[in-house]
Design a protein around this ligand. Structure first.
Ligand SMILES: [Zn+2]
Length: 111
């Protein structure tokens, strides 16, 4: 059983990409979760940048954070707030098919 507090502490270990301040648990909200996949939104207490992240929490494994959501996905979440079940399923499928080479993804984006 995954505790919301555990997830918040996990996200709080991440630094804001803009000002490098750590996120504070009070500024992290759980948008929703399905099985081992959690969606969270954090807002930086220093510069108020919004950070949208999906976390994959599997029992007995290191948690994985997926923060490479596209701008379109970000917009949709920011407009709608809480993802619908269909959106969660889409993302779930996407993450299952994705093999987790985040470094390569980030390199491509910056190129
Ligand atoms: Zn910040």
């Amino acid at each position: 059983m995954v505790e919301e507090n555990f997830i918040k502490r996990l996200i709080a270990s991440v630094k804001c990409s803009v000002c490098e301040q750590h996120y504070e648990p009070d500024n992290i909200s759980v948008l929703g979760h399905q099985d081992e996949l959690w969606f969270l939104r954090a807002s930086c207490s220093a510069c108020h940048t919004q950070y949208l992240v999906a976390a994959i929490i599997k029992e007995g494994k290191m948690p994985e954070l997926v923060s490479d959501l596209t701008e379109a996905e970000l917009d949709r979440f920011q407009n709608v707030g809480v993802p619908t079940a269909d959106e969660m399923l889409d993302m779930h499928t996407y993450l299952k098919d994705f093999n987790g080479n985040f470094a390569q993804l980030f390199d491509q984006r910056q190129a």
